[in-house]
Design a protein around this ligand. Structure first.
Ligand SMILES: Cc1cc2nc3c(=O)[nH]c(=O)nc-3n(C[C@H](O)[C@H](O)[C@H](O)COP(=O)(O)O)c2cc1C
Length: 196
């Protein structure tokens, strides 16, 4: 069905308020993508002085199982990007639900690691309270538009238990327990192997 017809039907929450005509601009693109929830990470690396450096990033994705690769998309203006490429190594710290302020600290102008417990794992700064982390060697860097896709070859990982921080529509959220759906239970039900 054409988007204009869908918009007339007002399907979804606010389709009728979205202008589908004309070429989407960066603001529309951001607004549309804000509907896709993501986890929140802090990308860390080491400056030539030896001090830790880091930034908040949600554009992080697993890429390959053999070899183990992940990717992170970083704005070309980011100081962390330059440091990370220079260092050749970085870590992805997956934040937990109570880490909204940590995410804000790593995107703002103030000191980022001040008062935040961190240790060195596999030679990289890792947040002590991270839900999970992966350390990487820079495998490739592909400039695309105003960002660079950094591909990391995973060299070490760690994880603890808890719930992740979620970024959605410009706000930090946590997962609602009532929304839990088991992937395995749904697949079993769909394949008819479960009588319930
Ligand atoms: C929730 C959230 C997610 C973000 N995700 C990204 C991202 O994936 N890539 C990116 O380049 N910037 C992202 N940013 C913005 C950077 O954190 C911000 O530009 C930061 O100041 C960059 O620091 P730097 O210039 O010191 O490297 C995000 C910010 C927030 C609050």
């Amino acid at each position: 069905m054409a988007t204009s017809a869908l918009a007339r039907r007002g399907e979804g929450t606010s389709l009728s308020t979205i202008d589908f005509s004309g070429r989407p601009d960066s603001q529309t693109f951001r607004s549309v993508f804000s509907q896709l929830p993501s986890g929140v990470t802090v990308i860390t690396t080491v400056a030539p002085s030896g001090s830790p450096r880091g930034m908040t990033a949600s554009a992080v994705c697993s890429l390959s199982l053999d070899p183990l690769l992940l990717l992170v998309c970083i704005d070309n203006r980011s100081g962390t990007l330059a440091t990370l490429l220079d260092c050749g190594r970085f870590a992805v710290n997956i934040l937990r639900d109570r880490h909204g302020e940590v995410a804000e600290a790593f995107t703002g102008p103030g000191p980022r690691f001040a008062g935040l417990a961190h240790s060195y794992a596999d030679g990289l700064p890792v947040l002590d309270d991270a839900l999970a982390w992966l350390s990487c060697r820079v495998h490739a860097a592909h400039p695309e538009g105003d960002h660079t896709i950094v591909v990391g070859a995973v060299t070490a990982t760690g994880r603890s238990h808890g719930e992740p921080l979620v970024w959605h529509a410009g706000s930090y959220r946590s997962l609602a327990p009532s929304a839990l759906l088991s992937h395995q239970a749904i697949s079993r039900r769909r394949s008819g192997s479960c009588s319930k």
